[in-house]
Design a protein around this ligand. Structure first.
Ligand SMILES: C[S@@+](CC[C@H](N)C(=O)[O-])C[C@H]1O[C@@H](n2cnc3c(N)ncnc32)[C@H](O)[C@@H]1O
Length: 177
């Protein structure tokens, strides 16, 4: 299953930390790319440094209009999963979504345009209480991949953690292939 993410909207007050964390959750939980409308080159730099140390080719793409990406991905056969507290319960939607081939997951930053509810193939609620795009994305990605995302290798890593009960065990490789 190929998974990509788009974050639409932007708060009036810049929330770079939240945006960065949405990107890091997408990367760490198995997505290949994130599209975002918020143009802050530092976020690309931060994630680039993380790829460099911890491996993989996770990409950030800055976009002008979320709708263009959503429509293009639909044409390419991706199913659109929009995370919203008003959506269908995740425990009901998860089995159908697991059978899909390619997914574009849409998260908001603040109130999202009404249109996304119609464009989405699935509007999915992670519980029916407001929380955060970071938590909603993490829970969705875990439910649909059932933990498999954590078995995925990140190629060309300079650092690789060997999970251990006590302390830290990190394999270090100085050069990338
Ligand atoms: C801070 S919330 C915005 C909530 C806003 N009041 C609304 O009406 O959408 C930002 C994003 O977090 C995600 N989110 C927050 N709570 C959620 C929930 N319970 N289930 C699914 N997604 C949620 C949605 O993608 C939402 O657009």
């Amino acid at each position: 299953m190929k998974i990509e993410v788009v974050r639409i909207g932007q708060r009036l007050l810049r929330d770079d930390r939240v945006t960065t964390h949405v990107a890091l959750v997408a990367r760490g939980f198995g997505a290949e790319r994130i599209y975002m409308t918020e143009i802050n080159p530092e976020i690309k730099e931060t994630v680039g440094k993380i790829n460099n140390v911890w491996g993989g080719n996770f990409e950030i793409e800055f976009i002008e209009k979320w709708k263009t990406v959503v429509k293009k991905k639909k044409e390419e056969g991706f199913k659109i999963v929009h995370l919203s507290m008003y959506g269908e319960a995740i425990s009901v939607a998860q089995e159908k979504i697991r059978d899909e081939e390619n997914l574009l997951v849409v998260v908001g930053a603040e109130k999202v345009p009404r249109e996304i509810y119609e464009l989405a193939d699935y509007n999915v609620g992670v519980g029916s209480q407001p929380h955060s795009e970071i938590s909603a994305l993490a829970v969705l990605l875990d439910r649909i991949q059932e933990g498999d995302q954590f078995e995925k290798e990140f190629p060309n890593a300079r650092r690789k953690i060997i999970p251990t009960k006590n302390g830290k065990n990190v394999q270090v490789r100085e050069t990338r292939d």
